[in-house]
Design a protein around this ligand. Sequence first.
Ligand SMILES: *Cc1c(COP(=O)(O)O)cnc(C)c1O
Length: 251
Amino acid sequence: MGREERIAENLTAIQQRVADAAERSGRTAADVTLVGVTKYVGVPETEALIAAGCRDLGESRPQELWAKAAALSDLGRSAPAPAPARADPPGAGLRWHLIGHLQRNKVKRTLPLLWLTHSGDSLRLLKALDQSATALQGCARVLLEVNISGDDAKHGFAPDELPVILPQLAELKQLHVQGLMAMARLAGDAEAARRDFAALRELRDRLRPGCPAEVGLDQLSMGMSRDFEVAIEEGATMVRVGSALFEGVAG
Ligand SMILES: *Cc1c(COP(=O)(O)O)cnc(C)c1O
């Protein structure tokens, strides 16, 4: 089997598993966005994934996102990218998701390419995104990354910081917060992951009553190759799947 066929087959199988898990949680596949994480592969494999029908693409490093967005988009070669608030995101209907840490000195260059930043992990970064969006006369869509497992190595807000942070975010007019993002603890099985995902959902539910109207909490980005089904069962609206999409394909 060729590389293209294999990637298409992997995508179809994962879409089916997403749909089944969504059904188990009383929802449908349309309620869950599958973000195809391309950080392990190059442009040809990414093109195959797009050709197979995946339009939401995720990268964890800004530089890699710049390179792929340029390679995959006529806009990247010929014209400045439009402001992110436009209905049509740059890159032939592609929606780029940044899922890893964004340094503030890379905000200006990265934001015009992005559909959504999952890794809004500090107030300083969120302020920089708001400023850049204002300069672009657009908006910056973000999720608030939460260190739900308390792992030392992880970025993100501590759960008990959020009640203080949310009112401050309401003041950032070009920042559009859409929800929360988290990763399950590194060490642990599917049931440990389930507890982390449930904890993120419960945190969201606790934050809702005191949350300013300007701050959205509907989206829950949680779940990767090894635990996306559990995440959907616990309420994920976005899953970030990389290695499972490229299984059997030399990277
Ligand atoms: C790499 C990465 C993923 C995808 O991981 P896989 O296990 O390959 O599916 C998801 N989310 C984040 C934040 C990542 O860095």
